[in-house]
Design a protein around this ligand. Structure first.
Ligand SMILES: [Zn+2]
Ligand SMILES: [Zn+2]
Length: 140
């Protein structure tokens, strides 16, 4: 169920941020999504509200720094953003993402649990798991 305007404003203020129009608009829009989205896509979706791309970008970064959003790196520095489900884990480590190497579609793998043991190698911490392959539409 989508949050009310007041709930979103409270969530922003609880983090010590000012509840501004762009921040509320970004969070409200992202609640409706089921997969990470790029800055360009969000800017496009919200441009009718009168926010320019730079404003959206700055606010995406603020909300990411505050821990409300995760930034997913899909390679070649193509960043996508999504709402964080929990704030207890490392950003991006909540669930793996699947990206199709043909069409570029990104999917949240909420039901996939990846258990990577880091004790015996040089790896100290996993911040993000990205799985690449082909989606059903592209192999059909
Ligand atoms: Zn595909
Ligand atoms: Zn996700």
């Amino acid at each position: 169920m989508p949050s009310s305007l007041d709930e979103i404003k409270t969530r922003i203020r609880d983090l010590g941020l000012r509840s501004t129009g762009p921040r509320v608009a970004v969070l409200r829009y992202m609640e409706t999504l089921e997969a990470p989205i790029s800055h360009a896509e969000i800017a496009d979706a919200l441009k009718d509200l009168g926010f320019d791309r730079a404003t959206i970008y700055r606010n995406l970064m603020d909300l990411t720094d505050a821990g409300l959003l995760s930034r997913v790196n899909l390679g070649e520095n193509v960043w996508h953003f999504e709402l964080r489900q929990t704030v207890t884990q490392e950003p991006g480590a909540e669930h793996p993402h699947f990206v199709c190497i043909d069409c570029g579609a990104v999917t949240c793998l909420d039901d996939v649990h990846v258990d990577i043991k880091t004790g015996s190698s040089l790896v100290a911490q996993i911040s993000e798991v990205l799985i690449k392959g082909r989606c059903r539409k592209c192999v059909a």
